[in-house]
Design a protein around this ligand. Sequence first.
Ligand code: KG4
Ligand code: ZN
Length: 406
Amino acid sequence: MGNGLILGIETSCDETAAAVVERGRRTVSSVVASQIATHARYGGVVPELASREHLHAIVPVVRAALEQAGVGFKDLDAVAVTAGPGLAGALLVGITYAKALAYANRLPLVAVNHLEGHIHAVLLREREEHDARESEEPVLALVASGGHTHLYLARPQSGLWSYGLIGRTVDDAAGEAFDKVAKLLGLGYPGGPWIDALARFGDPDGVPFSFSQVKTKAHLRGKTPRTKGASTSPIAELDPHFLFSFSGIKTAALRYVEVHGLRNEAERRADLLYPARAEGDGRGTDGVARPPQTKDEALALCTQVTLDLIASFQHAVIGDLMKKTFGAAERLGANRILVTGGVAANRELRERFSQEAAARRLAISFPTKTLSTDNAAMIAAAAWPRYEASQFAPADLSADPVLRLA
Ligand code: KG4
Ligand code: ZN
């Protein structure tokens, strides 16, 4: 005891991850076993398969994290685990194992909200890079992933953080829109990295996509909206200026594909990228989409019209994320912005957010590319202040697929 080491465990979606982090500020080890190969051929995460894969991976992944850190259970101060939001069955695998480890090794257990984890992925990077004392200023945080698009005002208070929900999506998450448009275009899963790689070869103004102001519809008032990964808050009390909606642009992209006769091209691409699919065989590793390895290879599969559609889609989504994030920062007087979650890995997003922040003299930060997508280092980092404040999980901790942060 007393090394300041927390073992973090994350199994909320399709990555089985474990990490050892020291005092929320130094990553000692971080192991992520991705299930992409399993889900890619279905074009999305299959919950039953996710649970099964977590069951297979959890023990070796935790062992690898401890081995890479060169520590044993006796060297740990606590075990931290994602309690939600996420897939119920997937979360349960991590929670059950974390509880067993904590009990067997007489370690306290800390429950972490997955979204708080994404926010701490950025804080962890900041602490690793500058050893400075943490600022007590509030931060506007945009969490944009496959399951969430949420804006929070995060406030540090002598080490502990509290969060106020400012905005969120009323339907699809931003990453979900990337995934669905990529699938529509016969590109691989997850779609974000594909669209990111191809967008720079298209004209971002080629297709006029527009986002209209989201209205708080009467029938949504007080209701919890639908999203892929989780529904985490009713929208009734939120300012409609900070609500996102990505299902419209997905439909607009579909219409564009139909009207411009891009369907056959997309089918051909899907057959090339998923050879097993073309043979009617959904099994085997050759059914897995291979990411475009070179610029020429990716380009060769797409006509210019498709590349323009890809570039315009990405440009429009990022523009909308920017408009609402910077609008909220201005309204709330936040001088610091943090963008995190899988979509924060996007190159154009980082460039444009950074430029806009510089123009407005706001500080902005992102996680490292590897900490953008799901991992357990962010869970162990988020757990540290809770551990220090003795905020431990109850003995009957269970998975909460719709756990709220604010
Ligand atoms: O945070 P994450 O790993 O898992 C969730 O908590 O959902 O985010 C995964 C999402 C996927 O939708 C994926 O397409 C998207 O993040 N993503 C990206 C990029 N890399 C991953 N979206 C846009 N550009 C990227 N480079
Ligand atoms: Zn995530």
